[in-house]
Write a new protein. Structure first.
Length: 214
């Protein structure tokens, strides 16, 4: 397996594992585990996979899942905040939940809501639920989202953390072919330090990053 630079922190990563012919790397600096660039899915392959998701806006089970992110974020947002659902997918339930809570929500998704003009503005909060594991370039992905967060605002992310190297090959989360970047607790610590952010961890799967006011 060829060596690779970490796509989150740019440090040299080590060969980690080969599973069914797919190579993965591990970074001991920021903790990221990531798929080798040679195996990343094409945009058409990604879109075909996402089209099979059944995440409907009014699905109570989906909303209950999203509440893991929405509830802690709603507690810190002033009423009437402007929020961006980044990577909203085909069923932007999270944006709808914030609209219903009295906030102004807009959506962006490269496949289903590709209007990039919404990324030219700043928001009180940017939300990314089950998004960052899809980033082919995590550093650029986080910087793009943070550019949309006003000073004093929040970036809220939800993903399943990877914390067991022995179980990686059989981990259901890894088996999704569009999941190509896997974060650990130290990955969130790295992001907070690298971008001078405060970080709150209301649960294992959720991190709330706050930009400084100045």
């Amino acid at each position: 397996m060829a060596m690779a630079s970490c796509r989150l922190c740019a440090h040299q990563a080590r060969a980690f594992m080969t599973i069914d012919g797919v190579d993965y790397h591990a970074c001991d600096h920021c903790g990221l585990r990531f798929m080798d660039a040679r195996h990343l899915p094409s945009p058409d392959e990604e879109k075909a996979h996402y089209d099979h998701h059944e995440n409907h806006v009014d699905d109570p089970n989906y909303r209950r899942f999203l509440s893991r992110l929405s509830e802690p974020l709603l507690k810190v947002l002033p009423q009437g905040s402007r929020v961006l659902d980044f990577g909203a997918g085909p069923g932007p339930a999270l944006a709808a939940m914030f609209q219903e809570s009295g906030h102004h929500a807009v959506i962006y998704d490269p496949f289903y809501a590709p209007d990039k003009t919404v990324l030219d503005r700043q928001y009180d909060a940017v939300m990314a639920s089950e998004v960052i594991e899809h980033f082919h370039q995590p550093k650029q992905g986080f910087e793009r989202m943070l550019s949309c967060v006003r000073p004093g605002g929040w970036l809220a992310v939800m993903t399943q953390l990877q914390d067991d190297d022995q179980a990686f090959a059989q981990w259901h989360y890894r088996r999704d072919p569009t999941h190509v970047a896997f974060y650990r607790a130290e990955s969130f610590d790295y992001i907070a330090a690298a971008y001078d952010l405060e970080c709150e961890r209301p649960s294992k799967q959720v991190a709330l990053f706050r930009r400084p006011l100045a």
